[in-house]
Design a protein around this ligand. Sequence first.
Ligand code: UD1
Length: 418
Amino acid sequence: MKNLVIRGGRPLNGSVRVSGSKNAVLPIIAACLLPVTPCTLEDIPDLVDVHTICLVLEHLGARIDRSGSTLVIHPPERPCTEAPYEIVRRMRASFLVMGPLLARTGQATISLPGGCAIGSRPVDLHLKGFHTLGARIEHGYGSVRAEVGPNGLRGNRIYLDFPSVGATENIIMAAVLAEGQTIIENAAEEPEVVDLANFLNAMGAQIKGAGTKVIRINGVKELHGVTHPVIPDRIEAGTFLLAGAITGGNVLVQNVILDHVKPVVAKLNEMGIMVYEESEGLRVTGRDEYRAVDVKTMPYPGFPTDMQPQMMALMTGARGTGIITETVFENRFMHVSELRRMGAKIKTVGRNAVVQGPAGLSGAPVKATDLRAGAALVLAGLRAGGETVVGNVHHIERGYERLVEKLRGLGAEIEEVV
Ligand code: UD1
């Protein structure tokens, strides 16, 4: 088991380049099952989750060539239609192949992804969408089987009870080859949904309204492979902005789209921490004293739930009391007890966490319970006096490419110890 050993208390300085977006890449790779010719994907991060979705695609019959950060994906002529538990259990996003499989073959059997550390995370909205497009859904042996009649999927109007990112993406991928028009209402507006729609439109799909609450898809007969560079990872960018802020450093974050990180930048400004737009990226200049703020996670363009744990780490050092409210996931405060062990003053009541600061953090052995909780502990460790040892590093490796190398490049004292 690997640990990250951090000796904190050093301001980070310098510049860091953000990798391609993990959450954009996963559905885009799944969408490579749709065209009849190969796709080339650029700026693909080297991450465990990316390897997992590639394994799923290879299992379904695709051929994938990787060279540096470029992937060439050759779609299978006749895809296998079953994704086994052995792979799906590793990552919930594997379920994103259901939409493309239904569109290409009219059937798909996928193991249910199961529970997850940050909540129950069902797939009912994905299935409701497929059902509305004409698929018959059956559950059994821990799997979901979806099958379409002889006429294939037919466009329809789908209202999502919650703007689920995954459900929006999966339904888009099912609808692009369906007969007629599909309208998704209360759709997720996240930039990753827009990147997927741009990719599919370049392949010949007809999707309008991605990035708004209503997405209209006119089905087409066939899609063709294209070359697509994925958008930068806004959560990685936000994490590095907070790394600069929490250490009182001066960090230039490169390869970032300002609009995508606005909710995070707005909160930093409210705390009294400045972020400047430069030609090469965003520069954060930390300061010793900053104010506590209230933060509520919301679907985009609200404050991202994937930045909530890191924000909580930053808030431990703020002057005053701030309330963090988690509205997206029901159980996303597991980092609280670990942050407390480092000296943070945090109380939770239901979906609210009350953070009192400033607390002097001190290094401690702690455990990452999930990807972003792990990132929060790394940030806390960078600020804390003494040595912090973060365990369960595999969670962090799912979503941060070369994190140790990047942080060391900014002057952090951090190493990976087996
Ligand atoms: C995606 C992101 C994840 C991020 C999340 C919310 C990827 C690969 N992952 O996850 O990093 O934290 O968006 O921004 O892009 N829900 C249902 N029924 C469903 C689907 C979802 O009730 O069928 C609920 C979930 O339990 C959760 C909420 O909706 O409470 C948001 O989930 P969703 O937007 O679907 O997140 P993911 O797509 O899984």
